[in-house]
Every structure is written in structure tokens, then in C-alpha cells.
Write a protein of this length. Structure first.
Length: 155
């Protein structure tokens, strides 16, 4: 059986690619690319986050303490991500180059670490803990939310 978290890892690869583009946009201060990246996060990454927060994390919650376990940690990091994105958006709207660069780099660093934790720790843990029926429900839940990254080669 194909790992239920495989689609999330594939989407992570697309996000990592976009983070590299964001870094280049910060280096050259390309407002067009910065705005495009924010659109990508508002549209595509929001769907990805929904798959995790509405489908995978609730299935995993039964296996961990609600306030201190890995799911709680990932949810807190999602909130940090949203805050960093809002700060980047505000700085871009104000034309504050220094804050754009600072908040943009915070997003890059935060998400690279976050994705690594999910791909290397949480997802393998999920594959060990989730039963066949749970995997089927998760897969259906992912499909109902939809394809967030067409370039993620869903196989």
C-alpha cells in the first residue's frame, strides 16, 4: 500500500522549490515574484495545510497528548507560518524592503525546518500508527480537499 502521507511529501517538494524562488526574489527584490509567492501560499499552501489540519492531524491526535505532542507542535508552527506570511504581506504593502527581506527569510527558514520535521519525523510516525481504515479515510479526506499543487506529480 502506498504511504498515505506520500502526497503531502510531494507537495512539500513543490513548497521547497517555491522557497528557493522566494530566496532569489528576496536577493533581487523582485516584487512581482514576492507577490506571486504570497498568492501561492494563500491558495495552494492553504489547501495543503487543510489536508494536514482537517484530516491527518485529527487522525493522529488520538495517539498523542493534545497540548504537548507532535500534532500540537505542528499546529503551533502552522500558526507561526501564517503570522510570518502576514508580516511579509504587510511589509510588502508598505514598501519596507528591510522588513520584507527579514520576514521573507524567516518564512524560508521556518518552513524548511517545519517540512523536515513533518517529512522525517511526523509522517513516518503516522505511517506506523495509522490502521488501514484510517488510511482510507485520510486518503478520501485529502481527495475531497483537492489538489493543491498540480506540479506535485500525484501518480
Amino acid at each position: 500500500m502506498k504511504p498515505v502521507t506520500e502526497i503531502l511529501s510531494r507537495e512539500h517538494q513543490v513548497v521547497l522549490s517555491r522557497l528557493t524562488e522566494l530566496e532569489r526574489a528576496l536577493d533581487t527584490y523582485s516584487e512581482e515574484t514576492l507577490r506571486d509567492t504570497l498568492r501561492f501560499f494563500d491558495e495552494s499552501v492553504t489547501l495543503h495545510r487543510r489536508k494536514e489540519e482537517e484530516v491527518l492531524f485529527p487522525a493522529l491526535s488520538a495517539h498523542f497528548p493534545p497540548d504537548t505532542g507532535p500534532v500540537a507542535c505542528m499546529l503551533a508552527e502552522h500558526q507561526d507560518e501564517k503570522r510570518h506570511l502576514d508580516e511579509l504581506r504587510q511589509a510588502l504593502e508598505k514598501g519596507d524592503r528591510v522588513k520584507v527581506i527579514v520576514h521573507g527569510q524567516l518564512i524560508v527558514n521556518h518552513l524548511r525546518q517545519h517540512i523536515s520535521k513533518e517529512d522525517q519525523v511526523l509522517f513516518p510516525m503516522a505511517e506506523r500508527l495509522l490502521g488501514h481504515d484510517q488510511r482510507d479515510r485520510i486518503s478520501s479526506g485529502f481527495k475531497s480537499i483537492g489538489n493543491c499543487c498540480p506540479e506535485a506529480s500525484y501518480g
